[in-house]
Ligand binder design. Structure first.
Ligand code: BJW
Ligand code: ZN
Length: 246
């Protein structure tokens, strides 16, 4: 792929680069996206599976769905898209990953500065005493468990529709976006708010916006550079091209 000269120039002089990622970056690891062709929300109802009311109506159904997705995440690993983002830390002073994903694959790829806007599927917490539990605590439990400490309901530590994002993390992500020199928007439909404000904040702060996606999205018209294709292919090509230029 040919990369625009302007993008390479911007990257060469960048001090701070932000990667805003969504489900598409994990698609090549075998994790389903939410929207678009084959997306989860084409066959499942978000209001049943990804809302507090849905969980209260049928905790076992929601728990079972999360246990199923956890197994998929455990059985796979980061792909070249994730590992390339981690590798950028070798060449750029300040690299931040702001992810909407809950799959922990950026951690597993070795990125060190990750802001998770929608939580992490590998954690649970007690809705009563707020004790947090790790992935191993309820590993093979098939029905929604109760807290060993207080008997309260245990839920996944993810952000469902209608719930607030972790405010400190969101504020930090917005700050990082505003001060970034280049902002990559990778594998997201950019329709879920407030997360989708992150690239808008970056633009407001004067950042150079680069989208990597297999198809046009809500923000394609806003970006400075659109690279159409799979992130697991484009990102490794980009870093190799960049390394040849520095
Ligand atoms: C590839 C690829 C490859 C494929 N390479 N690319 C303003 C307007 C309208 C509505 C709202 C609004 N503000 C808030 C709302 C409501 C709602 C919302 O945004 N709804 C819209 C959908 C209409 N937002 C909320 O409810 C949020 N909370 C909130 O607003 O609270 C307010 C409040 C105020 C006061 C009191 C209380 C509350 C919370 C949103 C939580 C989202 N949760 C989920 C589930 C997380 C847990 C879990 O995983 O189970 O987060 S939903 C789901 O969508 C998940 C994702 O993180 C999120 C974003 O999806 P993403 O990552 O963009 O994935 P896709 O599938 O949409 O796109 C994949 C892309 O990849 C596609 O573009 C493909 O083309 C591409 N792709 N393969 C590159 N190989
Ligand atoms: Zn408890």
């Amino acid at each position: 792929m040919e990369f625009p000269k302007e993008l390479i120039q911007k990257l060469k002089s960048a001090r701070s680069v932000l990667f805003f990622t969504g489900a598409g970056i994990s698609a090549e690891s075998g994790i389903e996206t939410f929207r678009g062709k084959g997306g989860l929300w084409n066959k499942m109802k978000p209001e049943e599976l990804a809302s507090f009311d849905g969980f209260m109506r049928n905790p076992n159904l929601v728990w079972e769905w999360y246990q199923y997705r956890r197994k998929i995440v455990r059985d796979t690993g980061p792909n070249p898209g994730h590992t390339t983002i981690a590798e950028f830390e070798k060449y750029i002073d300040d690299v931040t990953v702001v992810t909407q994903n809950v799959d922990n694959l950026h951690h597993r790829a070795g990125s060190t500065n990750i802001l998770e806007l929608h939580g992490n599927i590998e954690r649970n917490f007690c809705m009563d005493c707020r004790t947090f539990y790790g992935i191993k605590d309820f590993l093979d439990v098939e029905e929604a468990p109760k807290c060993p400490k207080c008997g309260g309901m245990i839920r996944p530590d993810v952000v469902w529709f209608g719930e607030m994002l972790p405010q400190d993390i969101f504020a930090e992500a917005e700050g990082k976006a505003k001060m970034s020199d280049v902002c990559f928007i990778v594998g997201t439909s950019a329709v879920v708010y407030p997360a989708a404000y992150i690239p808008l904040s970056a633009k407001e702060g004067g950042s150079y916006l680069v989208e990597i996606n297999i198809e046009p999205t809500e923000i394609t018209n806003l970006v400075n550079c659109s690279l159409m294709g799979k992130s697991g292919e484009i990102l490794p090509e980009l870093i190799n091209y960049f390394k040849g230029e520095i």
